[in-house]
Write a protein that binds this ligand. Sequence first.
Ligand SMILES: C[S@@+](CC[C@H](N)C(=O)[O-])C[C@H]1O[C@@H](n2cnc3c(N)ncnc32)[C@H](O)[C@@H]1O
Length: 525
Amino acid sequence: MAEVFSLRVLLLGGTHRRASSSSSSRNSLKPPLASVSASRKGPHTHSHKTQKLNLEVSPHRAVSAVRLMRIEFGGAFADLLNEKGKGSGDNEMAYVERTLGFCTRDLDDRDLRLVTDIVGGTIRWRRYLDHLISSLFHDEKAFRRMEPLLLQILRIGSYEIVKLNMPAYAVVDENARLAKVALRPGAGNMVNAILRKLVLLKETDSLPVPKLEGDDRAQARALAILHSHPVWMVRRWNKYLGEEEAVKLMEWNNSDPSYSLRANSGKGISRADLVAKLDSLKVPYELSLHMSDFVRIKTGLQNVIQAGLLKEGLCSVQDESAGLVVSVVDPQPDEQIIDCCAAPGGKTLYMASRLHGQGMISAIDINKGRLRILKETAKLHQVDGVVTTISADLRIFSETNTVKYDKVLLDVPCSGLGVLSKRADLRWNRKLEDMEELKNLQDELFDAASLLVKPGGVLVYSTCSIDPEENEDRVAAFLLRHPEFHIDPVDRYVSTDFVTAEGFYFSHPVKHSLDGAFAARLVRA
Ligand SMILES: C[S@@+](CC[C@H](N)C(=O)[O-])C[C@H]1O[C@@H](n2cnc3c(N)ncnc32)[C@H](O)[C@@H]1O
């Protein structure tokens, strides 16, 4: 216990020193590393653990740099909801220590918010930031050969200067110090030099701007840098939406996302109950215009998570665009429903809450881990009485299964091009080649799901994509293969504002300020 106490004292000391560090430590070449011996008593830990606690480096920058490394190279997601779960807290500091060779004091709430802003923003603006940074290198090869951690630190500094307008010289000093401590003094000097040049360019309004000239490809490349997206996405959206709409979409993708919360009526929580909780947490909200059990929040999700509202199952984070897909299915008590690609269960659970304890939803998914999450959440939300899980490949399941269902929801794996504002890293992970593969899988799953629909039953095909090749084109191709189905226009289920000329549901990020989503409601003869 005494050792735990001394660790706390040192951590508090770290907080105190940091407050004055930006001005005082410019010349300190050797950062103070405090060796802390923390003996953990208990059944699982017997060893002494020596942590090198660095009191000079700003914790949010160290954590941001490491998180960015993990997202770019370690397959971690840039997902706000994971912040207090895997990859955070103690775990996160372990990653920091392993990557940088030291740990920092724990993050307070302000640090956590900064990490969220910096990690999300740095990922979104990566292409643009790299353009700025590389323009400050004399040698393109030197930029390309730069070690990954150094590049992350430069990106963080550039983002803080150019997009967050943080006090420039503190940003330069703090990032240079991080590079110096985590890498070596020369790396710190380089960060110092590059970021100082960037500050000067910004102050003289002469940041390098790519010119919109040349052929389509060259112009797309310039737009891709300016709005920080992959070139293939810009070309695709130029083709489908026109340049003006494509730019608006990229601006939306680069804006801070808002989140929606669904009051969990399965557990007897009404929207009024949820609103009362948000009031008590001082989290500002707006009532959803489209769904009676949803509210929108722009800030404060971290508070909602920390207050345990999700853990206790009082509400779920679910975009209204996904809730509207459930409205298109229109689940009714006593119906037999199958959700063909169900995990992690956002739509299954919402459908289940609308059955009021009568009927059954079979939730199939190929991914056992995600299906386990669905099962546990159904229990937490007290809708497990109407949810049963099936771990299977839909294509195999539908060949042998003989039961037919009133309603079949097929929420296919897709590019996720409608959710790029929330999934900051997704734009860099998706490749043009993925689209062909995804479309083939979508067709196979569509055919498989159709076998489960009883005569007169409903098949809803949905995506969180805005790409016509994953949406309208897949439905058109399906109807050619399956003349026994016809389109049931969705205007009876969602507001006409979301209904396309062909009778499909479509939420457009820019038009509706929601995630992009699509659903077609088809009825079997
Ligand atoms: C878009 S996600 C579904 C999201 C879910 N409907 C929700 O609202 O939370 C697509 C899901 O399809 C599953 N999947 C992919 N291929 C599958 C297959 N052949 N059979 C069953 N599930 C599959 C993935 O594991 C993934 O969980």
